[in-house]
Design a protein around this ligand. Structure first.
Ligand code: ADP
Ligand code: MG
Length: 369
């Protein structure tokens, strides 16, 4: 489940993390009232949608007067906004956050997530924040620091200080960062979160750190333990069919990763938990009955299915069924190395993928090529 920025900041505050003074408004009049209650004469009007990238899309505006607050709130409220993160969908702006405007000297990046490869809660920090972190990771990987937290010891203050000094912070800022990181770690664990992202975590001209943006994603499997989080759900930001399905405990998949990469899924086939060679072969036959299928993406992620078995199934199927379209395979789970080895040594034209995004990219390219 995703949260709005204003909800994320409320949760931060609950965990002792300082956030800029802010109020939510649902009408332009409320926006003006909110601004009046915030000290100073610089405000920021922020569209509340379940996506980042709002700044570039016109959803974050600095206002220098109450008139401007009203003007920006009027322009945003009741409209829809698409950003580079919304996969072509425009999300409704039902409320705006009015927050104190700050003088920014530098923007940092800080996030906490569960890292699948190391099976740890991991902090990721960068002195190059504000921008798309994916770009920093691709172009300047050294600028990204990560910290894998030992699950027995938990997060230690000295580790936070190390990150702080690696980011080039002064001692006062390092202390502020330590408080933020310890608070985030507690929040992450107690609320069963999957991702928390502060982008930017800003250094202000005053020298203080400030949490200017917050994004939270929680683990749906733990929702039953957190009615207080479920109460914050905003279904208007979610895909309608997925919401309907979730009401009946069904899992409807919109395959947005394929769409995001410019492709169009022909169908979705779930091989299930006890897949063996025969079933995978049958699955390939079924998929290929559709003459519009231009490529096949096999995405296996899970513990029950053995990856080497899936690999054997794929190899057998490609040989037996005469698969005449490109096949991209992403494997993750039990016996994954053995599975990859089998695919590599099969001598068949099967493209391996590192993760779901990589696979989606490759299969769309293969389908178009
Ligand atoms: P998004 O990530 O959706 O674009 P942000 O909240 O990160 O939205 O805002 C985009 C940019 O707007 C930030 O990188 C920052 O430069 C600026 N900004 C955000 N909040 C404030 C604020 N309170 N005061 C001054 N500038 C801000
Ligand atoms: Mg941001």
């Amino acid at each position: 489940m995703n949260f709005h920025e204003y909800q994320a900041k409320q949760l931060f505050a609950d965990y002792g993390i300082a956030v800029p003074v802010g109020r939510v408004a649902r009408t332009p009049e409320e926006a003006v009232e909110a601004a009046k209650a915030i000290p100073g004469d610089l405000w920021v009007v922020k569209a509340q949608i379940h996506a980042g990238g709002r700044g570039k899309a016109g959803g974050v505006k600095l206002a220098r007067s109450l008139d401007e607050v009203k003007q920006y709130a009027t322009a945003m409220l009741g409209t829809r906004m698409a950003t580079y993160q919304t996969a072509g969908v425009a999300l409704p702006i039902d409320c705006v956050l009015i927050s104190e405007g700050t003088d920014i000297a530098k923007e940092l990046y800080l996030s906490v997530l569960t890292d699948r490869s190391t099976k740890t809660i991991t902090f990721i920090a960068s002195a190059e924040g504000g921008v798309e972190i994916e770009k920093v990771a691709a172009e300047n990987p050294d600028a990204i620091k990560s910290l894998h937290v030992n699950y027995v010891e938990g997060l230690q203050p000295y580790q936070c200080r190390q990150i702080g000094f690696a980011l080039g912070l002064n001692p006062k800022q390092v202390n502020q960062l330590t408080k933020i990181m310890l608070g985030l770690f507690k929040l992450f664990n107690e609320k069963d979160l999957a991702l928390v992202e502060l982008n930017p975590l800003a250094i202000l001209k005053s020298g203080d750190l400030a949490v200017l943006d917050g994004k939270i994603n929680s683990d749906d499997n733990a929702a039953f333990r957190h009615p207080e989080l479920v109460a914050m759900r905003d279904v208007r930001q979610e895909d309608e069919t997925e919401v309907l399905a979730s009401e009946h405990d069904l899992n409807y998949v919109t395959m947005d990763v394929i769409s995001l990469n410019g492709g169009k899924p022909a169908n979705f086939l779930d091989v299930g938990g006890g897949a063996n060679k025969e079933r995978v072969t049958e699955a390939f036959k079924l998929i290929l009955r559709d003459p519009d299928v231009k490529a096949i993406f096999v995405n296996i992620f899970g513990g029950i299915v053995r990856c080497d078995m899936i690999a054997e199934g794929i190899i057998a199927a490609v040989k037996e069924v005469h698969v005449n379209v490109p096949v991209v395979v992403r494997l993750e789970g039990t016996n994954v190395e053995k599975g990859k080895e089998l695919l590599k040594n099969s001598g068949l034209a099967i493209t391996p993928a590192d993760d779901i995004n990589d696979g989606a990219k490759k299969v769309v390219a293969a389908a178009k090529g």
